[in-house]
Design a binder for this molecule. Structure first.
Ligand code: ADP
Ligand code: MG
Length: 694
């Protein structure tokens, strides 16, 4: 393994490389664009493009591509060679400022939610200089946004950048009232990525994993995760060598990969970087998912990013650690030694609490996908009910402020007693862990635990940035022009906490009592994607995104349709895959094994051997196989009756109400059969094979 400091960022056109290769004036002009968002001069772009090209070619590149994030949630790229023909029939390498700044991929094959029907089919990509260009597969990749001919956004990056501007603007207004004037307020994210690994040869034999990313059949293995021996356990050699290669590739790409460990379920793991700005974190998380998949292949493995590859086994999420800070380095969510008298901190804390309570539905729908529906509320992941966990210390502060009681002395830092003199004294964190909370304060940031492992983190952070921007905007409206800012701010804090206290919940989010309690508190419990998504186009949501210039109304509406269509498409593919597997693989296997048993019974009885128990078993097999055929027919009927011409939400509702239950019924019978049919006859690898063979 190479020295990390030496290889880090070696495939990135980052600041040191720019400084080394660009004329001073060009470098400074570009730096100003990156830091302050000033428009880029076309002459500067030409010089940058040329330097980028030379650097890329020296590093083995033949092509360049605008790398963007259409609304599919994965990245897209179209590669063009640098070559330019000359008169003498040879070629030279060329890359102009124009080619760097703008591209025109055909937009017609990307989802637009109907935007293209109304507008032009053309799409444009535009360079995002705040995210560095990098090299992948001998191509220079330039992070870009993706827009339609008339300026409607067709991607996930543009609204994310807009939301970052919105929160910066509103947070600065608030800070200005406190006598501060930072250049920018930046939202940061450190996303923890969970994933499963599975042996590639076994994976190939499972049509469901191959086509849908999750198992549609499979009885529980004899050993699940009850021994809790996998979490943080020793990493197996094959996995470890895979992880090392992932680290190295990502470090070369400038991703701050920091942590890796085994997760709760067998064959489940996690990787996490050091946090960066939401924009870069989103780009890097896309790269991380891509590298995980690619490197897995080289090790004879497949990386599953689906939220619930295995029923009855923990699913995979993506913990979104979010905070805001000034460009000068002040973390606005840092409580300090005495949070109770830290008015500015309390105000920002109150803004997050208010934002999450006011827009719980929007936050919920940002994590709504067909895959994540299997995970949320499944007694292992956060419930579908959004609530905030503050931890003991802040909970006490909130209590004092709301009830108006005297504040107790600021709690002295607590220490852990190990009882062993030679061990260092450990300072206790002021917040404990509450893994059941969807939105937990963890000392200087909030950890949003609902996002699914396969999701782009852009959508989630667009929502968090925008809802917090809105709360801050309302606070700034009240603070501006006020003489005694501190008392006014405290008044706002207390008022906000009183109004929004209901969203705070420090107990067990998995419990049934919480579901009842949340209902009493009037908190929404949007169980599925279909329940949640319509809130995106509620007046409250439309006007929120419009006010902060994040989405136009049309953009919000089209995005809702795209998400609903994604949901329907995912379930449709699952339904057809389940049918195919049941008809072509499971049923024939069951018929064959039943025949074997029935023949055996008949033979034995014909020579007078009495086998009542074996006969019962054969009978049970026959009955279950009959039932299997019946469930196949029922699902077939659902597939044949898929309505056409309905709205996106009605179509999605059809799949939720008809396809999912029928698939569940079919699975139940098939899984029971799996437990009694001979392994030799069973047509594909079982859960034990998949989970314990890496
Ligand atoms: P956990 O203990 O929750 O598993 P990890 O150490 O795996 O935590 O990940 C925590 C993540 O939070 C890391 O990506 C880390 O960089 C990120 N993080 C730390 N401080 C901040 C902050 N101020 N803002 C945003 N993210 C942060
Ligand atoms: Mg975490």
């Amino acid at each position: 393994m190479s020295n990390v400091a030496e290889i880090f960022g070696s495939k990135v056109f980052n600041l040191p490389t720019m400084q080394e290769r660009l004329p001073k004036a060009t470098y400074e002009s570009l730096l100003k664009t990156i830091n302050e968002g000033t428009a880029l001069d076309s002459k500067v772009a030409d010089v940058v493009a040329n330097a980028m090209k030379d650097w890329a070619i020296e590093n083995g590149c033949t092509h360049y591509t605008h790398w963007f994030q259409p609304m599919t949630g994965v990245t897209a790229e179209k590669h063009d060679a640098f070559i330019q023909p000359t008169e003498d029939g040879t070629v030279i390498n060329e890359f102009s400022g124009k080619e760097l700044v703008m591209g025109e991929p055909d937009a017609s094959s990307f989802p637009s939610g109907g935007l293209r029907a109304t507008f032009e089919a053309r799409g444009y990509t535009a360079w995002d200089p705040t995210s560095f260009a990098f090299i992948k597969d001998n191509s220079l990749c330039i992070p870009t946004t993706f827009l339609s001919y008339t300026g409607e956004v067709l991607d996930k990056k543009t609204p994310l950048l807009r939301s970052m501007d919105a929160i910066s603007k509103e947070a600065k207004r608030v800070l200005y009232c406190f006598g501060k004037n930072p250049a920018k307020v930046i939202s940061y994210v450190g996303p923890e990525q969970e994933y499963f690994l599975v042996d590639k040869e076994l994976w190939k034999q499972r049509k469901d994993l191959l086509l849908t990313g999750r198992t549609l059949f499979g009885a529980m293995p004899a050993k699940g995760q009850e021994l809790e021996d996998h979490y943080f356990g020793q990493i197996k050699e094959r996995v470890s060598s895979f992880m090392k290669e992932v680290d190295e590739e990502l470090w070369r790409l400038g991703v701050y990969n920091k942590t890796k460990h085994n997760e709760v379920a067998p064959a489940q793991h996690e990787v996490a970087p050091i946090f960066s700005t939401t924009n870069i974190a989103a780009d890097h998380n896309q790269l991380t998912m891509e590298v995980l998949k690619k490197v897995a292949g080289r090790h004879g493995l497949v990386c599953l990013l689906h939220e619930k590859p295995y029923e009855g086994i923990n699913g995979s999420g993506k913990h979104n650690n979010w905070s805001i800070g000034t460009s000068e380095g002040e973390n606005l969510l840092k409580p300090g030694k005495d949070p109770e008298s830290n008015t500015q901190f309390l105000l920002f804390l109150a803004a997050v609490i208010k934002a999450v309570d006011d827009y719980a539905e929007v936050l919920r729908l940002a994590v709504a996908t067909a895959g994540n529906d299997h995970r949320l509320g499944a007694n292992e992941a956060p419930p579908a009910i959004v609530s905030i966990y503050l931890g003991e210390q802040l909970e006490a502060v909130v209590e004092h402020l709301v009830s108006g009681t005297e504040s107790t002395e600021a709690k002295a830092a607590a220490y852990l007693e190990t009882g062993v003199e030679s061990l260092p004294v450990l300072k206790k964190d002021s917040t404990d862990r509450n893994r059941t909370s969807p939105f937990a304060f963890t000392g200087n940031r909030f950890e949003f635990r609902m996002p699914g492992a396969a999701q782009s983190i852009s959508g989630i952070n667009i929502v968090i940035n925008t809802i917090v921007a809105e709360a801050l905007s309302q606070f700034a409206d009240q603070l501006e022009g006020v003489e005694d800012v501190t008392s006014k701010a405290m008044e706002i804090v207390i008022d906000t906490l009183k109004k929004h206290k209901r969203i705070i919940f420090n107990g067990n989010g998995y419990s049934d009592e919480w579901v009842e309690e949340a209902a009493r508190r009037g908190l929404p419990n949007l169980k599925t994607t279909v329940d949640a998504l319509p809130y995106f186009v509620s007046e409250k949501s439309l006007s929120l995104f419009e006010k902060h210039g994040v989405f136009t109304r049309v953009e919000t509406e089209t995005r809702t349709d795209i998400m609903l269509e994604d949901y329907s498409k995912a379930i449709n593919i699952e339904m057809l895959t389940a049918l195919e597997m049941a008809k072509q693989e499971i049923l024939p296997a069951c018929l064959e094994y039943t025949k074997f048993m029935v023949d055996d019974v008949a033979k034995k009885e014909s020579i007078g051997i009495s086998v009542p128990n074996e006969k019962d078993q054969a009978k049970k097999l026959s009955e279950l196989t009959e039932s299997l055929i019946q469930k196949i027919s029922a699902l077939d009927a659902v597939a044949e009756a898929v309505p056409s011409g309905l709205s996106a939400v009605d179509t999605a509702t059809y799949y939720k109400d008809n396809a999912l239950p029928a698939m569940g019924d079919l699975r139940t019978v098939a899984d029971t059969l799996e437990t009694i049919v001979s392994k030799e006859y069973w047509p594909f690898p079982t859960y034990t094979d998949l989970l314990y063979n890496i």
